[in-house]
Design a protein. Structure first.
Length: 432
């Protein structure tokens, strides 16, 4: 009887160690991309998403159809003065702190701007372009503070030249010039030229107006390479972006005001169609992006595999610990206290977990050394995260994997072990 129990314990120990090694490898595969992706997407965006609201503007002017697919506006399509009237009335709302007319897709609503490479000397950095109109209050709406002496935030959009003046974020200025003192300097970019039958790229030179604090243009933007370019004016029916006053709830503002906005903020040819909160658009973008879907699918597959293994480990631990009831009874009969017996079970579980997870990490290291760890590629050489270093990346994920497995093993060991230690010695020895 004793011999058969000893054989069972040895086999259970071996099976438990193998299971923990497999769980370690599965968790590594699942957590590596999830931790990196979660870290990047949880970084501060640089402004208060919960106070930024976009009002979509629409036109009541009909359009004229040409052929099957092409449409052109009628002569009454352009009404910039009416759009400006609506903006003025929006700024008069008691909940609104400041507002501006966006040029197209505003910052923070789930869509990256047009990208372009910016060159200086031999350096090149990919930037995301967002337009702003001269004398607009865009930077005040987003709370992006100027870092350029002599150019206060309220004057960032003043004295800007159409398609020639740009404003850089801190990280982008450092990546291109190595300093943020770059006002007045020039930087080269390229843009497509469609004037001929074949698209060509032409050089464009920009004058740096100022530098502002870093801002993230999308949830998965890791580099903060945002470029603000002065444009001649907003597109037709461009949205109005506003910032609510401190303490105002955006959802309450929309629920209480959206009907009033659609009913009252209306001119002969323009009206407010809908309102969107930046936070909702930002979260929706993160869910709908291809990278986000890939992460969700990968996490579901890995979670299914890991949970099945975890249940196997949990069940084995319960059986393994319960089968040692007689051992606990013998030790207590010879004078051991409840706590010493309990701590003995915990020490063994900790040692087994540490050895097994270490072996699992070593096995995964062989794979990672040849195939590499998960990468979240960026283009800004001044932005460095913990996962950019192979050693730090491997160590951080290994520690997290170890802590997760250790917690699960200790819980699965502690529950039956504590019950055994609290039982009477005669009950623990009745089968002995």
């Amino acid at each position: 009887m004793k011999q058969s129990k000893e054989i069972f314990r040895r086999k259970a120990s071996i099976w438990l160690a193998l299971s923990l090694i497999l769980v370690t490898i599965a968790l590594w595969w699942a957590l590596d991309p999830l931790l990196v992706f979660a870290y990047v997407t949880r970084q501060p965006v640089g402004y208060d998403l919960d106070r930024i609201v976009k009002l979509e503007m629409a036109s009541s002017v009909a359009i004229r159809e040409i052929g099957e697919d092409r449409v052109v506006p009628t002569e009454d399509w352009y009404h910039d003065d009416e759009e400006q009237q609506i903006l003025s009335r929006v700024q008069e709302l008691p909940e609104v702190e400041v507002a501006y007319r966006a040029t197209n897709n505003p910052l923070g609503f789930g869509v990256m701007g047009m990208n372009a490479w910016f060159y200086h000397d031999n350096d090149s950095v990919l930037g995301w372009k967002y337009g702003f109109m001269p004398n607009s209050r865009m930077f005040e709406v987003y709370g992006l503070h100027s870092l350029t002496p002599g150019v206060p935030t309220s004057e960032l959009t003043h004295d800007c030249e159409w398609d020639e003046s740009i404003i850089l974020t801190r990280s982008l200025a450092l990546a291109i010039f190595g300093t943020i003192d770059v006002a007045g300097r020039r930087v080269r970019s390229q843009k497509p030229d469609y004037s001929s039958d074949k698209m060509t790229w032409v050089d464009t030179w920009y004058r740096v107006r100022a530098v502002v604090e870093d801002v993230r243009c999308a949830p998965y933007d890791r580099d903060m390479n945002t470029v603000f370019i002065c444009t001649s004016g907003a597109s037709v029916c461009a949205p109005i972006v506003l910032r609510l006053r401190e303490g105002c709830n955006a959802h309450r503002f929309i629920s209480e005001r959206e009907g009033e906005l659609q009913r009252d903020l209306i001119t002969e040819h323009r009206y407010i169609r809908s309102a969107v909160i930046a936070r909702d658009a930002f979260d929706f973008s993160m869910k709908q992006t291809g990278l986000g879907r890939q992460m969700r699918h990968g996490s579901l597959i890995a979670a299914f595999f890991t949970i099945n293994l975890a249940f196997g480990v949990f069940g084995t631990l319960l059986m393994y610990t319960r089968e040692r009831r007689e051992e606990a009874g013998v030790r207590r009969a010879f004078g051991a206290t409840k706590w010493s017996v309990f701590c003995g079970f915990i020490r063994e579980a900790w040692l087994l977990t540490t050895v097994s997870v270490t072996i699992g990490c070593i096995i995964y290291f062989q794979f990672a050394a040849t195939r590499g760890l998960y990468e979240f590629t960026g283009h800004n050489p001044t932005i460095h995260y913990w996962f950019d270093s192979f050693g730090t990346h491997f160590l951080v994920v290994s520690v997290i994997v170890y802590l997760i497995i250790l917690c699960a093993v200790l819980i699965a060991t502690a529950i039956p072990a504590w019950r055994i230690c609290r039982s009477e010695i005669t009950v623990a020895l009745k089968d002995e």
